[in-house]
Design a protein around this ligand. Structure first.
Ligand code: RB5
Length: 143
């Protein structure tokens, strides 16, 4: 099992993905970039599926998904039972999705969340631990 972070985005999110991937690489964190890498139109469910596969087979332990709003790609990701994808627009939600929901995928909307907020959310996502306790039972019920 690796501690690498997988990232995937559609054409609405690839620029933010590149920014976050660079931040992670600069911080010495291994990145698995699953595309897309251009403005050419693609379908966000395909990228959610790629990321779900990467977490399932152990190429990465956590992931980041980005589309225009974050909505479509989070719906697609959460169809996979092993994925707990949280669409976040702020640091508080991001902290709580780790502490309470043990979210393993941070979802961002590049057309609604600015790059500095997105960067701050990613930092919080990676540095916050699951609290366990009463939340264990609830998270177990999701699976
Ligand atoms: C693509 O135009 C856009 O629909 C997609 O990025 C996302 O916002 C869907 O939820």
């Amino acid at each position: 099992m690796t501690d690498a972070i997988a990232l995937a985005a559609d054409h609405g999110g690839y620029e933010l993905k590149a920014l976050l991937a660079k931040d992670l690489t600069d911080a010495g964190i291994a990145v698995v970039d699953l595309g897309t890498n251009s403005a050419d139109s693609v379908d966000y469910p395909d990228y959610a599926d790629r990321l779900a596969a990467a977490l399932k087979d152990g190429r990465a332990t956590r992931g980041v998904l980005i589309c225009g709003t974050g909505v479509g790609i989070s719906i697609a990701a959460n169809r996979h039972r092993h994925i707990r994808a949280a669409l976040c627009h702020d640091e508080t939600t991001t902290r709580l999705c780790r502490q309470h929901n043990d979210a393993n995928v941070l979802v961002l909307g590049a057309r609604v969340t600015g790059p500095e907020v997105a960067r701050a959310c990613l930092k919080v996502f990676l540095s916050t631990k699951f609290e366990g306790g009463r939340h264990e039972r609830r998270v177990a019920k999701l699976a």
